[in-house]
Ligand binder design. Structure first.
Ligand code: SDX
Length: 361
């Protein structure tokens, strides 16, 4: 299915169903799946004590890596990874609980009370409420924001053998607990070359905006092209995509929709990002190297407009990618011939030698 059609015609839970089952759900299947997921979104109360162990200014990805790993200490009833039913239960639990964990990490940072899930809301509407509501007043989900964030989750759901998915596969191939394997994926995604790029891209735009904005773009691009500088155009380039990432175009359109809906159409960062893209796509350095915007280039701007703090962007990416990780983990373990992973290496070190005594070294 073309991602452009999924992002427009489906919601995130339909995409989750597709990734887990290989087919899109019909109305009955969708209703049952949505209800199943929404009935597993609470986490064990004991997890509140895990959060208290973190400093309030801990990076949300440090917290999320810890919380997801900690889930492996709670669910002893479904950790036989050779049992398809156990794998299904773990998949549903992870998809259902990630929004709750991400929202808890956010509330903990802010010093606000956690908001419990509300099952009569949509998956994404419930996440927005857990993130931004307080016990002090009713919270109304903004339909445009809900739809935009749901689309962002779809765009991030799965993407072949990227670094974090390969991490989950390799980790899961030992037969370890599914929550431990997903925690490994969260840890890998955190890196600025991977899922951490959306946070890095927005920080880059804000730094540029604070230091001359569009007028200084030319100077910045010279730094990016200078091999001696460590400056990279975050949100550009890809390990495998050597053309325009279709997700980036959809992300740009979604960003425009949200900014218009929120009266932020003149957002200077969005204008700066589009100017950066225009210049990069015309610059021979980028043309020669087939560097295009990737999924992370615009996602920070729309998440910032929604009110999501920059440090939480990668946690949102992890929330979305959990279904891709767990679907691929399940695919691997469903193969009766699967074996523990063992990447090959070409040894190019010293040839065989004897250990010299200390005084001879
Ligand atoms: C994601 O794998 C996936 O599918 C990942 C992902 C997913 O959905 O899971 O799509 C999500 O991780 C997207 C990528 C997010 N990362 C960033 O936006 C960080 C910035 N990008 C770069 O760090 C880089 O592009 C990588 C890490 C993404 C890819 O690195 P590569 O494979 O080294 O890039 P390349 O081989 O295409 O580089 C070719 C040339 C090199 O220069 P030369 O040595 O040939 O002179 O382009 C240069 C690179 O130095 N280059 C960049 C650049 N990316 C590559 N120069 C400036 N800015 C950049 N962003």
């Amino acid at each position: 299915y073309p991602i452009e059609q999924l992002a427009v015609n489906c919601d995130f839970l339909e995409t989750c169903y597709l990734l887990l089952n290989g087919e899109l759900p019909n109305a009955q299947e969708k209703s049952e799946f949505d209800s199943l997921v929404m009935r597993h979104n609470m986490v064990h109360e004991q997890l509140h004590f895990f959060l208290r162990g973190f400093r309030r200014d801990a990076h949300p990805m440090a917290v999320l890596t810890g919380l997801v790993g900690a889930l492996s200490a709670f669910y002893h009833d479904s950790t036989d990874v050779s049992n398809p039913h156990h794998r299904h239960v773990s998949a549903i639990r992870l998809i259902a609980k990630m929004p709750t964990l991400v929202a808890m990490a956010h509330k903990y940072t802010k010093g606000q009370p956690y908001m419990y899930p509300q099952n009569d809301l949509s998956y994404t509407g419930n996440f927005l409420r857990m993130m931004f509501a307080t016990p002090c007043e009713d919270y109304k989900v903004n339909d445009v924001v809900e739809r935009a964030l749901d689309r962002i989750l779809i765009l991030h759901a799965d993407h072949e053998q990227n670094a974090s998915t390969s991490t989950v596969r390799l980790c899961g191939s030992s037969g370890t607990n599914p929550f431990a394997a997903i925690a490994a994926g969260v840890a890998c995604l955190w890196g600025p070359s991977h899922g951490g790029a959306n946070e890095a891209a927005l920080n880059m735009l804000e730094h540029l905006q604070a230091n001359g904005g569009v007028a200084k773009v030319g100077e910045f691009m010279e730094q990016v092209k200078d091999k001696n500088s460590s400056v990279r155009l975050m949100g550009f380039g890809h390990r495998v995509y050597k053309n325009y990432d279709p997700r980036a175009k959809l992300m740009q359109e979604t960003t425009k929709e949200v900014l218009m809906a929120l009266g932020l159409e003149n957002d200077p960062l969005f204008k700066l990002a589009m100017e950066l893209e225009r210049i990069a796509l015309e610059d021979q350095y980028f043309v020669d190297r087939k560097l295009y915007p990737n999924v992370d280039f615009y996602s920070g701007i729309v998440q910032r407009a929604i009110g999501i703090p920059t440090s939480l962007f990668t946690a949102i990416f992890a929330l979305a990618r959990t279904v891709g990780w767990i679907a691929q983990w399940n695919e691997m373990l469903s193969d009766p011939d699967y074996k523990i992973g063992r990447p090959r290496q070409l040894y190019v070190g010293s040839s065989r030698r004897d250990v010299p005594k200390m005084d001879a070294r």
